[in-house]
Design a protein around this ligand. Structure first.
Ligand SMILES: NC(=O)c1ccc[n+]([C@@H]2O[C@H](COP(=O)([O-])OP(=O)(O)OC[C@H]3O[C@@H](n4cnc5c(N)ncnc54)[C@H](OP(=O)(O)O)[C@@H]3O)[C@@H](O)[C@H]2O)c1
Length: 259
């Protein structure tokens, strides 16, 4: 079987992507995230749960990823790594001073994506040596790589830097058949979005429902994406048909930013 690594697979976009990709022929998913119980829950919802594996990992720690991929459980010698979705991330504000979350957010969202790509690269190369021509990496950026909002300097910086990371890696790795891109979602209906809308509602002393309406009213489509829509884009990026999109960040944002 061929292996796909998904980080942040215990919830939201990562979970939806695991559910979407797992029924594919000859496919096993490594579900990675910090909370093992969430990953095990997702695994139990997949088609043929025993084909897939759940492993606890903190993407901000590079050894944690290197060890995961080299583990007997991952067994990448037998089941080559063909695609990587570096999707784990944290949201929320940060403020300069005591308790600043700058380092935490950059360590997880940016360094975590870098660690995921770099730890995966030798295994993607091995898959190429085993005759699998086309391998893929997708990293989750955000529409906040396209415009600024107040209170989120670390989040915005981390997601904007992802655009540079995919360019740098794509230039190095495309020739060998490893295609690296980012996706930049706008609002997606996940726990992260709910928490963000709730905190904006709290600041403005509004109900969650009214804040949600307000958020959607400024989007050209008037709605936020469902996680499965983002998963469908990842599915396309991971297909053998896709060998020409390289080092790009693809917007999927209900028109909140139009390039
Ligand atoms: N929802 C949106 O509106 C939106 C918009 C644009 C971009 N995004 C991006 O989409 C990605 C997925 O977010 P989501 O919306 O699906 O939210 P989510 O449900 O909160 O998913 C984030 C996932 O990342 C995992 N994670 C966080 N820190 C980690 C770490 N250090 N190591 C390993 N895993 C970690 C979390 O699991 P554990 O806590 O168990 O580790 C969680 O499963 C994120 O990168 C986010 O920034 C989301």
């Amino acid at each position: 079987m061929h292996t796909i690594l998904i980080t942040g697979a215990g919830s939201g976009i990562g979970k939806a992507t695991a559910i979407r990709l797992s029924p594919k022929k000859n496919t096993r998913i490594i579900l990675a995230g910090r909370r093992l119980e969430k990953l095990e829950e997702v695994k139990s919802e997949l088609v043929n749960p025993s084909n897939h594996i759940a492993i606890s990992v903190d993407v901000s720690k590079k050894d944690s990823l290197t060890d995961l991929l080299a583990s007997d459980k991952a067994n990448l010698a037998e089941h080559p790594l063909v695609a990587v979705f570096a999707n784990a991330g944290v949201g929320g504000p940060n403020f300069f001073g005591p308790g600043d979350r700058w380092k935490e957010i950059i360590d997880i969202n940016l360094t975590g994506a870098y660690n995921t790509c770099m730890a995966s690269h030798p295994w993607l190369v091995k898959a190429g040596e085993a005759g699998i021509e086309c391998r893929h990496i997708a990293i989750t950026s955000s529409c906040l790589a396209r415009f600024g909002v107040p209170g989120l300097p670390a989040y915005i910086s981390s997601k904007t830097a992802i655009m540079g990371l995919v360019r740098g890696l794509a230039v190095e790795w495309s020739q060998s058949g490893i295609y690296v891109n980012a996706i930049a979602p706008g609002w997606v209906d996940t726990e992260m979005a709910k928490e963000s809308i709730q905190s904006q509602a709290d600041i403005l002393d509004m109900s969650y429902e009214d804040m949600l309406k307000e958020v959607c009213s400024v989007l050209p489509t008037g709605r936020m994406s469902k996680p499965n829509e983002i998963a469908a884009l990842v599915e396309f990026l991971f297909s053998n048909a896709q060998r020409s999109i390289v080092g790009t960040t693809i917007d999927i944002n209900n028109g909140s930013w139009m390039g």
